[in-house]
Design a protein around this ligand. Structure first.
Ligand SMILES: Nc1ncnc2c1ncn2[C@@H]1O[C@H](COP(=O)(O)OP(=O)(O)OP(=O)(O)O)[C@@H](O)[C@H]1O
Ligand SMILES: [Mg+2]
Length: 290
């Protein structure tokens, strides 16, 4: 099912045959990963536990370095010199799967402003960006509360706020919606949409197939440290058996759509959210009965 990425797309980052084995482990976590992240897209990275999603993200910001193969950005292999890594991390932001790994200061306000100050922003801009992003993620009322007293969802949102405030060119989010309640998830997606519209490419690793289906316009599927498939959600989720073979479920709406009689769905674009699905269904049933 491996679909090559489309050559006409511009890419933020390209992984070429990347192999990486953690110390004291037998099997490599990445076993020749070749995949590209298209610029200007919302990309979902899917794959079951241990398929290599987090390891791929750690390679993208140079925290880990390939033992063979390359990570390529703007036509050149990443440089792992200290200064170049600092530059890289100003334009590529990573929100870790575990917020405890990310949060270093005492309060959300201090944590978010620390990153901005490090990037050399003036105090007025720092103040404004902090206010904006804390408001966006509904953290204003906790902005001065010690981080160790926050709930896991609040910590997760603080880690997201710190990276979103930097407005990186490429934002990598490792399971950003785990532990978030539905309202926080909506706020996060709205916040992401704002920075996406301002030009940030967004990549999200997630186990939530329904979210990937309605949010992404490009999907990368990892399996055993390799790219199993990359393509549009429509192409990827049309391959029910292939996905099931690697333990992934179809998103509910894709499953329902594919269970409708082909005479109803032929030639139609599958709706990707519940509202569009209902509208399309009532239209199709009306036509079918007339
Ligand atoms: N620090 C580490 N030391 C040793 N092995 C590791 C380490 N981190 C990850 N691995 C191994 O590397 C492989 C890939 O792990 P990775 O965390 O990239 O997967 P993932 O797709 O992000 O999984 P999940 O969905 O659970 O987050 C797994 O087999 C895992 O056990
Ligand atoms: Mg992971």
């Amino acid at each position: 099912m491996h679909k090559e990425y489309e050559e006409h797309k511009e890419h933020c980052l390209v992984f070429e045959e990347v192999v990486y084995r953690y110390p004291d482990t037998v099997l490599p976590a990445l076993q020749g990963l070749s995949v590209a992240i298209p610029k200007g897209y919302r990309t979902a990275v899917l794959g079951h536990n241990g398929s290599g999603k987090s390891t791929m993200f750690l390679q993208a910001v140079g925290i880990l370095r390939p033992q063979s193969g390359e990570v390529i950005r703007a036509g050149a292999e990443l440089s792992y010199a200290k200064k170049d890594l600092a530059d890289l991390r100003r334009s590529v932001g990573l929100v870790f799967q575990d917020p405890e790994q990310q949060l270093i200061l005492n309060t959300p306000l201090e944590d978010v402003s620390f990153g901005l100050r490090n990037a050399g922003m003036d105090e007025q801009t720092i103040k404004q960006r902090c206010h904006e992003v804390l408001e966006q993620l509904d953290l204003t009322s906790f902005s001065d509360k010690p981080i160790h007293q926050l709930s896991l969802g609040q910590k997760k949102r603080t880690a997201l706020a710190g990276v979103m405030a930097m407005k990186p060119e490429l934002l990598l989010l490792d399971e950003p919606t785990s532990y978030l309640d539905p309202l926080s998830e909506t706020l996060l997606l709205e916040g992401l949409e704002t920075i996406y519209q301002q030009g940030t490419t967004i990549v999200m690793a997630t186990h939530d197939m329904n979210l990937a289906y309605r949010w992404a316009d490009w999907v990368i599927v990892l399996e055993a440290g390799r790219c199993f498939a990359a393509g549009t959600p429509a192409d990827i989720f049309a391959e029910r058996e292939a996905l099931q073979a690697i333990g992934l479920e179809l998103p509910l709406l894709a499953d329902l759509w594919q269970s409708l009689p082909p005479r109803l769905t032929a030639g139609q674009t599958a709706p990707r959210n519940a509202g569009d699905f209902k509208d399309m269904l009532s239209l199709l049933l009306k036509e079918d009965m007339s």
